[in-house]
Design a protein around this ligand. Structure first.
Ligand SMILES: NC(=O)c1ccc[n+]([C@@H]2O[C@H](COP(=O)([O-])OP(=O)(O)OC[C@H]3O[C@@H](n4cnc5c(N)ncnc54)[C@H](OP(=O)(O)O)[C@@H]3O)[C@@H](O)[C@H]2O)c1
Length: 289
């Protein structure tokens, strides 16, 4: 029931109409019995300052931040978590009386979504495709997963070089080798794990596959951050090759769970039954949108 004690959470982005976050968070708020609602705010970049003044004036308890605001929000927070300081972006803002706090929950989302697959990363050779915002979060997560080798490939080579340099200088990740396109096939062969952080294969452009058909092996573990569609062309190739694979819905769920834990100062957890129900709920939402 909505009453005078109901707290307000939300997501800000531009555009934000297709965000799954309201469906995700309202499910969790109800499930964990918090007296709160979660809504989407489409905020143009020029109105970001006003949005944060409004957040404080209205006492909006917490916000998720999505594109294009993830980097610019850092200017408005008075406490930045170590991840925000390292990565230069925030996806979770918490209102406190002493000011706004900023966090990044994507690395946690990735790591937690792995479940028992986490063990596969130990001493493994990992190939990351892409060098955008999410590649940075994955690199940060890999820091703690003890893999033996990280290879980075991106369409724009210079961006991969910059990210690799940042990884070693600021994130403390030893060595990341940056690949040219002619090295990609060998790198796929050498890698045990492939993580796609590019938007190749994302709805609605699902007919644009990565050139991996015929080179994936049953021993590969392929993770695609994309969750719409659930099975991208890359993941279909992985299945065809007999490889194990995972889509990005789990990462979305766990980064959201971490935001909720931060906002509510709780350690709420989702068990496997909850995860199944929530995943089915989000799939229905995607099908209906
Ligand atoms: N599951 C989750 O919770 C989660 C979280 C974050 C992101 N994601 C997903 O991850 C994907 C990337 O997000 P992001 O925030 O990292 O985006 P981003 O910062 O815009 O980076 C996009 C990346 O994709 C590459 N790319 C885009 N189109 C390409 C094409 N046609 N051919 C080759 N490379 C292409 C870009 O390469 P260039 O540098 O050459 O442009 C860049 O490396 C999105 O699909 C997003 O939905 C999922």
């Amino acid at each position: 029931m909505i009453n005078t004690k109901t707290k307000l959470f939300g997501v800000i982005g531009h555009p934000v109409a297709h965000s799954l976050s309201p469906a995700l968070h309202n499910w969790m708020l109800k499930h964990f019995d918090f007296n709160a609602v979660y809504v989407a705010f489409d905020i143009e970049p020029r109105l970001l300052r006003n949005a944060f003044k409004g957040m404080q004036a209205f006492g909006i308890a917490g916000l998720n931040v999505t594109l294009p605001h993830k980097a610019s929000v850092v200017d408005y927070i008075s406490f930045a978590s170590p991840q925000v300081r390292h990565l230069g972006v925030a996806n979770t803002i918490k209102y406190t009386e002493s000011g706004l706090q900023g966090y990044v929950t994507d690395p946690y989302g990735f790591t937690e979504s792995l479940g028992s697959q986490k063990e596969k990363f130990q001493d493994a050779s990992v190939l990351i495709l892409g060098a955008g915002g999410s590649a940075q979060s994955i690199l940060y997560a890999l820091k703690d997963l003890e893999c033996s080798e990280i290879m980075l490939y991106n369409r724009t080579f210079e961006k991969a070089l910059q990210l690799a340099a940042k990884a070693s200088e600021q994130l403390g990740i030893g060595s990341v080798s940056v690949l040219h396109s002619e090295q990609l096939k060998d790198a796929v062969n050498d890698a045990e794990i492939i993580v796609n952080t590019t938007s190749i294969g994302m709805h609605p452009d699902t007919g644009n596959p990565l050139p991996f058909d015929g080179i994936l092996k049953p021993s590969h573990f392929v993770y695609d951050l994309i969750y719409n569609p659930l099975q991208t062309p890359l993941l279909r190739m992985a299945e065809k090759a007999g490889a194990s694979w995972q889509h990005g819905l789990g990462m979305l769920i766990f980064q959201g769970l971490r935001s909720l834990q931060i906002w509510t100062d709780t350690d709420v957890q989702l068990n496997s039954n909850d995860l199944e129900l929530l995943t089915a709920h989000l799939i229905r939402e995607m099908q209906n949108s």
